[in-house]
Design a protein around this ligand. Sequence first.
Ligand code: SF4
Length: 385
Amino acid sequence: MSKPADANDECVGPESEQAGKASSCAGCPNQSSCASGEGPKAPEVDPAIASAMARVKQRVLVLSGKGGVGKSTFSTQLAYGLARRGLKVGLLDLDICGPSIPTMLGLQGREVHQSNSGWSPVFMDVQSDEDAPEEGELCVMSIGFLMPDSDSAVIWRGPRKTGLISQFLGSVDYGELDYLVVDTPPGTSDEHISIVQLLKPCFGPTDGAVVVTTPQEVAMADVRKELNFCKQTGINVLGIVENMAPMKLPFDNLSFFNTSGKDCTEDTLKELKEKCPSIYEQMRISVDVFPRAGGGPEKMAKVFDVPYIGQVPLNRELQNACDRGDPSHLSGENYLPIRNVVQHVIDRTNPTLLEEKKRAALEEKKVENTGKSGVVSIQGGKMFM
Ligand code: SF4
């Protein structure tokens, strides 16, 4: 039995003989039920959240142990990437003290409105991939939409944050979604406990978390705590993403200097292009920005027995897309790592979804075509097809 999200830090485990009796159980809300042998109280399901989540096929949390690993950038790309594949996606920004997603998607200044069915999130256009079964959709909810301006600070204590998280989960009209991607703040703080308490009771067997890290030990040390948090609270880890992995640059992104410090980029690139055109065109230079600790995130995934999803390299085009607030321009080799991550998430959560949508789109087309070719005209009491 996993440790309940509201258990004390030093929980001995509800199945332990000491459950509810150990000194570390003092003050735990489950103390009396654990001591009586009943085990921790089943988490209460908020009816509003249960009803909103019943309209969502899959829920994916994006977690990172540490700030600065590009978690919100990744969440944005994951949500937009799922929508590019022709899916209906909601992106919920729960980084209450540092909401950056509206900026990354170019949605600053947009407002959310309240209607009878709850708050309406902000919808944005999606440029779907050519092989997508239908046009994707992306709607976004963030505290950033409720702030007077992007420089305003949110200085809230735990209960107020919990109240807002509960409203964002239960009082927003996301509609029917294939995926809800939830961007969480870094660490394992109050917000995480609230998210797990409120959302976990609505989790299906394939819902879970993608954990984002960079390859340095300082980031991985915190991610190990995050992985233990998932284990203790029974959250299924869909995989670990190695973000900000070595950059892979084409030659024309580089500058060249001679030993006296003179910039000779133009001449060098010209010579390279003339003498080694295939190297110039087809090779990429890998730049390792962060030191790689031990076996890196891949080894950490093996140790924790969770899937290693792969690398998302540091990428100038990706950073530009976030700064410009336009994720649609990521293409070709720059888009591939994100598309691979998106495919992994689909494979781990709902592997037949795209095929089902393709089949449904095909059926719809057939019906449309049949309708067109089967137009019936009646002339002089006779039917002509
Ligand atoms: S009372 Fe139960 S859930 Fe709470 S800390 Fe003790 S063993 Fe864990």
